[in-house]
Design a binder for this molecule. Sequence first.
Ligand code: GLU
Length: 314
Amino acid sequence: MTPRGTPRAPRPPAVLLLLLAALAALAVLTAACGKDGSPPVKGPEAGALPTYEVDKDFTLPGSPTWERAKRRGYLTVGAKEDQPYLGEKDPASGAYSGFDIEIARMMSASLGFAPATLRFRTIASANRETALQNGQIDFYVGTYTINDNRKKLVGFAGPYYLAGQGLLVRADENDIKGPQDLAGKRVCSAAGSTPYQRIQKDYPKADLVAYDTYSVCVDNLLTYQVDAVTTDDAILIGYAAKVPEELKVVGKPFSQEPYGIGVPKNDNALRFALDDALAAREKNGDWKKAYQATLGLSGVPAPEPPAIDRYPAS
Ligand code: GLU
């Protein structure tokens, strides 16, 4: 008989530990494999970015933008700096990364500019047209929807990706499932963006607020200053992935947002050269590699790129 007060034999805890270790090992194994034993839905490491062959002999004498950049010795490309997987700037190194950035890199290589001769400049949604009009940037790659209103002010190569408007809410939000639930809710978007304009026009009962960037909207969502953030699903997925226990994307996309490369309005030569470059990079697999190394890391497999809309010279 075991005397009272005597601690139990050490065997059960040891067995328990072994069992826990086995369970943990199993969990690691299951996480490493997909449901069907395939690798997890992740692209290559973010560090393993593709390199793009530079077309050293390229010339584009019909393009004032290209000629000016050649004389200057570098290209200036407008981008976003706070959109995970798409256009993000590392605050420490100043380096930009993401799918839009890769599109800019492959386009620059096709235009004959080596990686060292490419400079990024952050331009917010509301300032894109002015930046292109006054020559602050040579072209723009940053979740920039092609539409007829904007085409009056700038040109667009592409599209190179098709997104759709969505909604980001806090994880514990149960009332907002789609844009029809926004009446009386505080909804945040970026000034000058198509998602902002759509809510204003189609869902006027929403209490809409605008900031320069979506990351400020997301901060406001996390601190209960607003109830939802609206913009393209591709952008929202990135914010949700950063804090999945606090944020979620809800409902189905409720618009079509074809992403184009913005160019100065009258530079048709540059626009057509970018259309050609895009077609070539889609064909040789660079587009897909770029997607898998960036946006694909969010878990969404590479779609077929949308058809390029080579509209006539203006
Ligand atoms: N694609 C939309 C737009 O161009 C929203 C994203 C953005 O603001 O960049 O307005």
